[in-house]
Design a protein around this ligand. Structure first.
Ligand SMILES: Cc1cc2nc3c(=O)[nH]c(=O)nc-3n(C[C@H](O)[C@H](O)[C@H](O)COP(=O)(O)OP(=O)(O)OC[C@H]3O[C@@H](n4cnc5c(N)ncnc54)[C@H](O)[C@@H]3O)c2cc1C
Length: 449
């Protein structure tokens, strides 16, 4: 297979590594590589999970055929390189939706399994892997194995959330969710501080199938943690007036054509944006109907929005703190952030339900905070190490799909099922053929802790 040497990054555009790219055109070519490699879907993980410095990266984007859709039962079988955007175009008009979706639809099916992604419904419906019926996994020796929660189940749960390190996911069979329309009925609730935010997120009376909170990361003192909780469900026909059609066709209508200068996002501009956004969203007191695109994928309307952070890129820091200590832990994290005066353009809080079944899956029952932080100087990494210490102290963990800088020791402490995972990895991939820049940084294949 021809290869191309190029500099490659994740969505955060940090770090950059020279990688050898391979792009198989057909499913059968997926298993023909003999050297060490890592699969890459749409490169929407933020850090180095889909990078392999001075080694091979296998692009799955052309292996993207939808193979079978059972419209009666809502079961989809597809090659793993297909994007969620392509799937939605086919399934929404037929009355089905993804069981779990991340905040962008420009990700691959394989990437969603490998990171065991979570969505706004995690507190009710778990993560992506909980809805996968089976996968076809291509192993280090080139053989293929069907894995599910009943067949080769240990390998299945090592692969769900396993960040591509157990093999190449070639095919996925997924159970879909029935919907009556392509719209979502949304209700916003305003919180003036973090205490109110937690009360709202725990209030069963306002809870809905989906919920997510936007936080004003620049607010401090008595306003620390102020923001808006957005709850919603797929609108049923009775909730739609005649003006709404049952589907909508997503499109990108704007794009950031160049790298913005790094001074553009400073604490004043972010504070101003946050104050305006808070005012606008908290003003929406009545329920309203939104397209599924606007509700689930607001950032997708701006192509290449990652360029907004300038040439040096940014880090998305996403952690989870377990339920019982979440209020205290998240308060400390926000206080540290606010004191650092480092602007986080985006700060999102989500409630997570039961722990993921994948051995290296991120979710645990608790609250997850995600922050987008531009890289200006090395001081950012000092701050992030301090955030890690808080997360560790409170029994939480950092999300590998977003990570670019966690230490190997912190990883080991945060992921208690690593030893169990490693035994499976060493059995099925004794020569460590599947490795990435992330796995080497975190010493993931290098023995027990
Ligand atoms: C705007 C935005 C919003 C997001 N919101 C969320 C969110 O709400 N929840 C959430 O959980 N995540 C979220 N993410 C993260 C994203 O969903 C995950 O990083 C996902 O894995 C990206 O899929 P991808 O196809 O781009 O994978 P890549 O970035 O290409 O790869 C990610 C990992 O998956 C592995 N992989 C990819 N394809 C395969 C395959 N075929 N076989 C084996 N391994 C494979 C790679 O080796 C790598 O380890 C968001 C990302 C962005 C940019």
């Amino acid at each position: 297979m021809p290869t191309l040497t190029t500099n490659l990054t994740g969505w955060g555009r940090y770090p950059t590594y020279s990688c050898e790219l391979e792009r198989p055109e057909r499913y059968v070519d997926l298993s023909s590589s003999v050297h060490s490699q890592i699969a890459r879907g749409q490169g929407r993980s933020y850090g180095d999970a889909a990078l392999n410095e001075n080694a091979y990266v296998l692009l799955t984007e052309r292996v993207n055929r939808l193979l079978e859709l059972d419209v009666q039962r809502g079961i989809l079988r597809s090659e793993a390189g297909v994007t969620l955007a392509d799937i939605l175009e086919v399934i929404v008009p037929k009355g089905w939706f993804l069981p779990v979706t991340p905040g962008t639809k420009f990700v691959s099916l394989g990437g969603c399994v490998a990171a065991d992604v979570h969505g706004k419904n995690h507190h009710h419906e778990g993560s992506f892997g909980d809805h996968v019926i089976s996968i076809e996994l291509i192993l280090a020796d080139g053989s293929q194995l069907l894995c599910s929660s009943t067949e080769n189940s240990a390998l299945f749960w090592a692969t769900v959330g396993g960040m591509g390190l157990t093999g190449i996911i070639g095919e996925v069979t997924l159970k879909l969710t029935p919907i009556q329309s392509g719209y979502v009925k949304v209700q916003n609730h305003t919180a003036e501080n973090l205490g109110q935010m937690f009360s709202l997120m725990q209030d069963a009376m306002i809870d809905d199938r989906y919920s997510v909170a936007w936080i004003d990361s620049m607010a401090s003192g008595s306003l620390l943690g102020r923001g808006v909780v957005m709850c919603g469900h797929h609108a049923v026909e009775d909730e739609l007036s005649n003006n709404f059609h049952s589907t909508n066709i997503p499109k990108i209508n704007r794009s950031i054509p160049f790298d913005c200068p790094s001074w553009m996002l400073n604490s004043s501009s972010v504070s101003m944006f946050n104050a305006l956004y808070y005012k606008r969203e908290s003003g929406k007191r009545e329920p309203f109907i939104s397209s599924y695109d606007s509700f689930f994928y607001p950032l997708d309307t701006i192509g290449q929005w990652n360029r907004m952070y300038g040439k040096r890129g940014f880090v998305q820091y996403q952690c989870v703190v377990p339920d019982s200590l979440a209020f205290e832990g998240i308060t400390l994290l926000l206080q540290k952030l606010s004191a650092s005066r480092r602007p986080s353009f985006l700060a999102v809080l989500k409630r997570l339900g039961a722990e993921g079944r994948g051995m290296l899956s991120f979710p645990i029952a608790g609250y997850t905070l995600a922050l987008d932080l531009p890289i200006r100087d090395e001081g950012l990494f000092v701050l992030l190490n301090e955030l890690d210490e808080i997360v560790l102290r409170y029994g939480g963990r950092v999300y590998l799909a977003k990570d670019a800088r966690l230490s190997a020791d912190s990883f080991c402490s945060m992921y208690p099922r690593y030893d169990e995972w490693l035994k499976i990895k060493q059995r099925i991939d004794p020569e460590n053929k599947f490795s990435s820049s992330l796995s080497r940084r975190l010493s993931i294949n290098e023995g027990t802790r």
